[in-house]
Design a protein around this ligand. Structure first.
Ligand SMILES: [Zn+2]
Length: 295
């Protein structure tokens, strides 16, 4: 039985989503102790290799849930909103210095951090991402997984992970590793989706639990963990950070991805407007979380 990747307990209940991949079912579980949501079983290294082959970057379209070149291009255009907000939070605690990004994709954010005065470098697992970082932006990016990265103790001022933690089989170990790579008072920052923290997500889970149904996710199991504000804080604090801030963010209504049935799409669209207002004014029900830890 899979133990909770955050607190190592085995007590859990089914969370009402699952994935089918490579003739296997991956059921989401929620830990009874710390409420962390994770897929069971965990993916094997063979399954991960299959998942992160070139297809990861080369498929387009929201229905597949992939991070294609076009997705990154459009993300970069939307970045005019998102990048300053995220980097703004990081700069509150560390205005300059050595900035390292884990899983930097095609390098748009790393390039943005460089243009704002940071000395930047990073790693990326997908070959196409690494090539683009090097040829398009001339960035110092190596092809490597976070697991295989040799630890350089107290080397960096900022360690950033954008849309990475939800993909990692051992998220806590990786945040601990990031902690060890930071200088004293260094800043750890991780951005993750939090689809079950939004109003639509909460209603969907409550509805499925009431009706005792589960939703088959129409994409491969890229997200092996689902974070909430509570569990993102827990992973940062357990990794040893002295001070932790969770910022709830939300995509503008123009930028949301609509998946599922017409009913699901309509509900999501209608509810996103009040949700957007609540997240912007009160910092609740965000569909994106930025977790910051100060060493
Ligand atoms: Zn747990």
């Amino acid at each position: 039985m899979t133990t909770c990747p955050l607190c190592n307990q085995t007590d859990c209940r089914d969370f009402p989503i699952f994935y089918d991949f490579d003739r296997k079912r991956f059921q989401a579980k929620q830990c009874a102790h710390c409420s962390f949501i994770y897929l069971d079983p965990r993916l094997t290294s063979e399954e991960l290799k299959l998942l992160y082959s070139d297809e990861y970057f080369l498929h387009d379209g929201a229905d597949f849930g992939a991070h294609s070149p076009t997705d990154y291009e459009s993300a970069a255009i939307r970045g005019s909103v998102k990048f300053p907000e995220i980097l703004g939070w990081i700069r509150r605690y560390k205005p300059s210095g050595e900035f390292f990004e884990i899983g930097c994709g095609m390098g748009y954010f790393l390039n943005y951090a460089r243009s704002n005065g940071f000395a930047v470098s990073g790693i990326e697992y997908a070959e196409l991402g690494v090539r683009t970082c090097q040829t398009k932006f001339g960035l110092n990016v190596q092809r490597c997984s976070f697991e295989d990265l040799a630890t350089q103790t107290e080397r960096y001022d900022v360690m950033f992970l954008g849309d990475v933690l939800e993909h990692l089989i051992q998220p806590l170990e990786m945040v601990r590793k990031a902690h060890s790579m930071l200088k004293p008072s260094g800043v750890f920052a991780a951005e993750v989706p939090s689809m079950f923290n939004s109003i639509t997500g909460r209603l969907a889970v409550a509805g499925m639990r009431t009706l005792r149904t589960k939703k088959k996710m129409g994409m491969p199991p890229y997200h092996v963990n689902e974070f909430t504000p509570r569990t993102l804080r827990a992973v940062i604090e357990r990794a040893g950070f002295k001070h932790c801030v969770i910022v709830q963010r939300i995509k503008p209504p123009s930028a949301i991805t609509l998946r599922g049935s017409l009913f699901e799409k309509t509900m999501k669209k209608i509810l996103h407007y009040p949700n957007y207002g609540l997240t912007k004014s009160l910092g609740i029900f965000g569909d994106r979380l930025l977790g910051i830890g100060i060493k």
